[in-house]
Design a protein around this ligand. Sequence first.
Ligand code: ADP
Ligand code: MG
Length: 413
Amino acid sequence: MFETLLLNFLFLLFPVVIVLIFFENRPHSYNKKLLILLSTLTMILCITMPIKLKIGFIFDLRYIPFIIVALFGGYKHVFPLYVVLNVYRFYIGGEGTIHSFLFSTLIFILVPLLHKKFIQMDSRHRIVTATMVSFLTMGLYLTILSIIFGKLTKEFWILTFNALSTHVGVMVIIMILIEQVRTNIKNREKYLQSERLNVVGELSASVSHEIRNPLTVTSGFLQLLNQSKTITPDEKRYIELSLLELNRAEKIVSDYLSFAKPQSENMVYSNLEAEVEYTRNLIIPYANMHQVDVQFHFQNSLHTHYDRNQIQQCLINLFKNGIEAMKDTDGGTLFIHISEKKQTIEIRIQDTGIGMTKEEIARLGKPYYSTKEEGTGLGMLMVYSTVNKVKGIIEVESEKGKGTTFLIKIPAS
Ligand code: ADP
Ligand code: MG
């Protein structure tokens, strides 16, 4: 009996190990279909090699992959498992086929109801929830069994206890492994991102200072030259083009400069109101130009420490991206919504623009990632860097063709 238990455990480990070995380094590339396929395979193996307890009592761990997929994936993803489970069970046939069908249908209907809540929980709650679900499922199964068999001997209770504790114990272990893999992947992403921001920050701080002065001087002299009466129209055009390009260079440098360490003279302890007001007024002409309506709501009394210039630049970058996303869609609305929740300041910036795919969201904030012709791909990098500095986090929700929501949560201090 112990050997089959170990074997079953091995089956359950199988998908976890595959993901760990082949996909841990590229978390965005593993596809759900493969995971579902692996889980289905595990389920079949579990059914094929059930654990035989004494006196002909047979039980297996098929509901562990089933419950896990139902919780993580919802109806859509657990459906194939449901079908395969029942087709396979009918193929085996024998006693209890109908019971198994009814029981799995019940699980199939009930468990995915938790899916939406489940994926929003933190790791620990997910483990607890999955454990509870597995306890209740197995408990229900055993209750039904006891009613059918009707022989509630002491032996039956011991076996029930064994089955229940095995099921729950294995579920806890598998869930802990899954959550640990997920945490590892997330931590590495976070680490890479902050490493990237550090490198860019240090580099830009030194380079942009050096470049700004020559740019200003050149631009000044070109402007003087432009006023000269002896130059030909052609030469004037060249000068104007040069000035335009210099402006562009300056813009890039000022985007860069904001990566630099917070400057003490800009540091404030405030509730963001002044900065949000200022940037909103700054952005409104730009919004009007693109037929974008700006809706604004401010309700926050929480204070925190931040670099005023950086926060302004960060907000401008986000507003601009929102407006630019609605440029080609015949107008739209940019919602700017600042509120407080417990001890965090929440900044929600929502547009009704072109939206992004999951892959595009994953690339946000990487240097030079831009899909625009004139884009620099530095705006979001600056946003991530700034929010990182005030210990905030950024959540992005987006749907292609529908729009994007940036939710920034900054802890009050
Ligand atoms: P840039 O705006 O210069 O392209 P950013 O770093 O500001 O650079 O943005 C990087 C890319 O992220 C953009 O080119 C765009 O593809 C995408 N992006 C950012 N914000 C949004 C948004 N609100 N809606 C759709 N795409 C966005
Ligand atoms: Mg931008």
